[in-house]
Design a binder for this molecule. Structure first.
Ligand code: HEC
Length: 127
């Protein structure tokens, strides 16, 4: 094959390569937009009664971060308690399909690195 023909053959194979590369990605559920992988139905059944599923699909987090969000909702937003096994499966699904991303907003600045808050109530602590 001439170099030119080789180039054309490689070019012709590109859409095929693209198709294979993307076949790995899970299809999205038409109703919730959740990735239809693993335990996605558990998340659909437990997580969209109070708010849009977009709140979930636009969020990213590690297992710990997802757990913290769930605990916060349980404490402040009347989210019910889960069976430990159910909770573990929900968190595994979330951390696997919506993991932390490097290119998102930076993490919050740690409190000790923040400038003094001029509106903070006066402290009695001498400093
Ligand atoms: C009992 C009601 C309820 C259920 C069920 C519920 N949530 Fe929430 N969730 C809330 C409320 C209320 C908020 C705050 C909404 C707002 O800020 O507009 C919230 C906020 C969130 C947020 C945004 C948190 C942030 O830091 O911005 C995420 C992500 C989320 N929920 C995920 C989930 C997941 C995952 C589940 C299933 C395990 C779930 N929710 C089930 C009530 C619920």
């Amino acid at each position: 094959m001439s170099r030119h023909a080789k180039f054309l053959a490689a070019l012709a194979a590109l859409p095929l390569a693209w198709t294979f590369a993307h076949a790995e990605e899970s299809a999205l559920d038409a109703f919730t937009g959740l990735k239809m992988a693993g335990d996605w139905e558990l998340v659909r059944n437990n997580c969209i009664a109070c708010h849009s599923p977009k709140l979930i699909t636009q969020q990213r987090g590690s297992k710990d971060q997802w757990l913290n969000m769930i605990r916060w909702m349980q404490e402040k937003q009347n989210l019910w308690q889960f069976e430990p096994e159910t909770e573990a499966r929900i968190i595994a699904y979330l951390a696997e399909n919506y993991p932390p991303q490097a290119d998102r907003r930076r993490a919050a600045i740690p409190p000790e690195m923040m400038p003094p808050n001029p509106y903070a109530p006066p402290t009695t602590r001498p400093d």
